[in-house]
Design a protein. Structure first.
Length: 116
């Protein structure tokens, strides 16, 4: 999983549109190489709601999970043979130029439905 973090305020609308175009081209390359699973940008943090259960009670908080300088802005889920390949792809994600791309293996659980 490639988790994309950046400051929402650091992007102009034109930069975001260019990022989407560049990301789409990268996704097409990954798909052709059979490495693409899924990817998506996330809506603004102003639309986020965090859910917590404490002592059996649900609480809702407007906004992201944590107040941080950078916010989770999107993700790529890829299928590659090793960490080195994942790191090479992460470096090609346009947001790595303004923010951070966190590379993290996905823990596979038995008994889950398969993606089609």
């Amino acid at each position: 999983m490639l988790l994309i973090y950046s400051q929402e305020s650091s992007w102009t609308q034109a930069e975001m549109e260019a990022c989407y175009v560049e990301s789409t081209a990268l996704i097409q390359e990954l798909d052709a190489a059979h490495q693409y699973v899924t990817a998506a940008p996330l809506q603004s943090i102003s639309l986020a709601t965090s859910v917590r259960i404490r002592e059996g009670k649900r609480t809702l908080t407007d906004g992201p999970f944590a107040e941080t300088r950078e916010q989770l802005g999107g993700f790529f889920l890829i299928d590659v043979p090793n960490l080195d390949v994942a790191l090479e792809i992460a470096a090609r994600i346009p947001s790595s130029k303004k923010g951070t791309v966190e590379v993290r293996p996905v823990h596979e659980l038995a008994g889950l439905p398969e993606n089609n």
